[in-house]
Design a protein around this ligand. Structure first.
Ligand code: PMP
Length: 425
């Protein structure tokens, strides 16, 4: 795909099947950077993705040509900025399966989306003796709010265990999701194991018991087609920055009748209908949840990211990642003793691949790879309880995206072999 120097999205007719990774790479200016005198091999997209030229240009274009505060002003720029901001909302609504745009709330990210639900819906609907169900593979963002809320409300936090292969173990699910369950909050794709969870089935089981379902889509939305209506999620949350978009922007999808039943989160301008000294009424959704001036420029630029992904096609992105994940797992398996976490079948997982070496600490792996220009992540990946279950203090994690190819995986493997020689392992 050619690099766009203007603010338009890549043209559909320039996209070939399968993905033309060389052309995609050319759209990402940062991939031309040298790191420690090496070509940058970016394998940390599960932490945050890189941004194509179109997204970077959309941010500056906003400030050059559209900047004004939204929803308030009755002047040319205010209307232009508002239209651009609302266009992103419409694009998001389409991206997640064609929902009503008023069901799309902009947040700062996945973390804020989950906290919003914890402080509003959950605060009002979870009481003493109720149960919240999560899984053993949750990111802290979908764990800490529920630990704290459960303690505060004297509710119980139940968890769906994982199997030794890194799948959810649903064999005792009827004992875990029961009539006491008020909320089932699960990750769509694990940021450590890569596992893609059967969220449709979990939603069906949860709804049978009258529970509300929250899906953490931070790792799934960037990599696969998401249809929140088909999965029947009550809430679905994700972050722009992991899917080519700017930082500081997230999405909370919520079914309209649930959003309408919820009290507001932050209070202030824009989220009100009428304010008196003794009484306030709320704006309609989604504005009720968007108090104050949002991150307008970055929401506007998120639209360019969605365009980019949609023009490539989420199904083709998924196909590319299945093939590359298969290749990466095969090549990593050539390294004797290297332990790969999560499902080994690429069709059942995403491209976040955690691994450990029997003798070299993940931080040393990451530090060594960095000297070769290779960026991976090492640590507990904000999933300490999962790490304990895996019996690890940390793992190294290489995560793949649309701009990665077999040459990137080969660079990783060669550097790991070199690392073992260096450490005498
Ligand atoms: N959930 C999962 C599964 C994640 O991987 C992440 C980001 N690592 C988050 C939630 C939190 O996302 P953010 O930091 O964008 O709020």
């Amino acid at each position: 795909m050619p690099t766009n120097t203007n603010n338009r999205s890549p043209k559909a007719e320039t996209v070939h099947s399968p993905l033309d990774i060389d052309r995609i790479k050319a759209d990402f200016p940062i991939l031309k950077e040298k790191v420690n005198n090496h070509r940058l091999v970016y394998l940390d997209s599960a932490a945050t993705s890189q941004k194509p030229e179109t997204v970077i240009n959309a941010v500056t274009d906003y400030y050059r040509r559209k900047n004004a505060n939204i929803h308030r002003g009755i002047h040319y720029l205010a209307e232009k900025a508002t239209a651009a901001y609302e266009l992103t909302r419409e694009r998001v609504a389409g991206f997640i399966g064609g929902v009503d745009p008023s069901e799309v709330v902009f947040t700062r990210g996945t973390t804020e989306g989950i906290n919003l639900i914890a402080y509003t819906w959950a605060e009002h609907n979870i009481n003493e003796g109720d149960e919240i169900v999560i899984t053993e593979m949750e990111h802290h963002a979908n764990l800490v709010p529920w630990v704290v809320l459960a303690q505060k409300k004297k509710a119980a936090l139940r968890r769906i265990p994982i199997t030794i292969c890194g799948h959810l173990d649903l064999s005792h699910i009827d004992d875990i999701i029961t009539s006491k369950t008020k909320l089932v909050s699960v990750t769509h794709m694990s940021n450590v194991l890569g596992t893609i969870n059967p969220v449709e089935e979990i939603a069906r089981l949860a709804h049978r018991q009258g529970a509300v379902v929250l899906v953490d889509g931070a790792q799934a939305a960037p990599h696969m087609t998401v249809d929140v209506k088909a999965m029947d999620a009550d809430f679905y949350v994700f972050s722009s920055h992991k899917m080519l978009g700017p930082t500081g922007v997230g999405v909370l999808y919520g079914k309209k009748h649930i959003l309408e039943s919820m009290p507001p989160f932050n209070m202030g301008g824009e989220m009100i209908r009428e304010v008196r000294f003794d009484r306030v009424t709320w704006n309609e959704v989604p504005h009720k949840f968007e108090a104050g001036t949002p991150d307008i420029a970055n929401v506007v630029a998120f639209e360019a990211a969605l365009s980019y992904l949609e023009l490539l096609g989420m199904d083709r992105i998924r196909e590319h990642e299945i093939a590359l994940t298969r290749y990466a797992i095969e090549r990593l398996s050539e390294l004797e003793g290297l332990e790969i976490q999560g499902p080994q079948e690429p069709e059942l997982r995403g491209g976040a691949i955690s691994f450990t070496d029997p003798t070299i600490h993940p931080h040393d792996i990451s530090t060594f790879l960095d000297t070769r220009g290779i960026a991976i992540r090492a640590g507990h990946h904000c999933a300490q309880p999962l790490m304990r279950i895996l019996g690890k203090v940390a793992t190294a994690r290489a995560s793949l995206y649309i701009y990665n190819d077999e040459a990137d995986v080969d660079a990783l493997i060669e550097a790991l072999i070199e690392m073992r020689r260096y450490f005498g392992a």
